[in-house]
Design a protein around this ligand. Structure first.
Ligand code: CO
Ligand code: CO
Length: 322
């Protein structure tokens, strides 16, 4: 839809809407650009405080994916007038807790009457012009690093159907509520070629943005992809969100499923994530330094899930191997 808007030619707009990147980057001065993004959605868990935490973490993530430092945020709220106000208070407290953890000031916001609650933030951050990390810089030979396990879409869908254990749901809430701050800071300390955060398009959908943005291909090794404990059992039960199935359909012609990649694995790799990890493409010479920096920063998941390949026009951009 955004492509229908008039094209922007301002030279200070370093990253705009044309490239499918996570956030816009606008140069203010030679030593400073602002990073601007917005994200909000309806509750994905019952607990309003945890929902607030997750929505804020997710909104901040697009700044972290660009290598920016978020500074200020505005709350965006939709809320039914007939629901108890205490619920809204809990949502906002959850968002404020994550903003504080991130060192971000919530400086305002706006609320509208809505049929179902929605919450998120518009976030403004800063980055040094030219240092921003986009989806367009990956090179053949780069390693692909993922910093959170996947499967949150499948788990939260099972949660809505009351078909998931409290333990599994809690694991997903923990994953979604973890800021990508440390991963982003480690990334910027080493320098990578491309990055996206994994959200609604799923792991392969976001990898596709890197492949198309950079004019490269990619190979993913399924056995190296980190998955939240409990997800395979839910896949066995046939549980997956509608958005995940749509993601998988949209990968037709884009992904070459090698050997015997099961349909369940295909669904998993297309699973629509909320507040997922960062997917980075790093030069092989910097891979060890990046893994060390992530480890030093306390990032628990730092999986090398595949590599960037040459793009050839007559084969699918992404291949998935066992
Ligand atoms: Co994003
Ligand atoms: Co986003």
């Amino acid at each position: 839809m955004l492509r229908q808007l008039p094209a922007i030619t301002d030279p200070n707009l370093l990253v705009g809407i044309s490239t499918g990147d996570d956030a816009a980057v606008y140069k203010m001065r030679d030593d400073m650009a602002i990073v601007s993004t917005v994200d909000f959605f309806p509750p994905i868990v019952d607990d309003p405080f945890r929902f607030g935490e997750i929505a804020a973490t997710n909104a901040l993530s697009d700044v972290y994916a660009m290598g920016g430092k978020p500074i200020i945020a505005l709350n965006i709220v939709g809320f039914p007038v007939d629901l108890p106000h205490e619920i809204l208070g809990e949502i906002l407290r959850g968002g404020a807790a994550k903003a504080e953890e991130a060192g971000v000031l919530i400086v305002g916001g706006h609320t509208v009457d809505d049929a179902e609650p929605k919450y998120g933030m518009a976030v403004t951050g800063v980055v040094c012009p030219g240092a921003q990390v986009t989806n367009a810089g990956a090179h053949p030979g780069d390693a692909l690093i993922l910093t959170k396990p996947i499967g949150t879409g499948i788990i939260t869908t099972a949660g809505k159907q009351e078909r998931v254990s409290a333990d599994t749901l809690e694991r997903a809430v923990g994953v979604m509520g973890e800021l990508n701050r440390k991963a982003s800071e480690a990334m910027m300390s080493v320098g990578v070629n491309a990055c996206v955060d994994i959200t609604g398009f799923g792991l392969l959908g976001h990898l596709r943005l890197i492949a198309e943005g950079s004019g490269v291909g990619a190979q993913v090794h399924v056995s190296n992809v980190p998955v939240i404990e409990g997800v395979p059992e839910l896949l066995d039960m046939g549980i997956a969100p509608g958005g995940t199935h749509r993601n998988l359909e949209s990968l037709g012609g884009i992904v070459d499923w090698r050997d015997d990649i099961s349909e369940q694995t295909q669904i998993l790799l297309a699973d629509a994530q909320t507040s997922g990890g960062l997917l980075m493409a790093v030069a092989p010479t910097k891979l060890d330094a990046l893994l060390d920096a992530l480890s030093d920063a306390g990032v628990q998941t730092r999986a090398v899930i595949g590599e960037i390949t040459e793009r050839s026009a007559d084969t699918p951009a992404i291949s998935v191997v066992p």
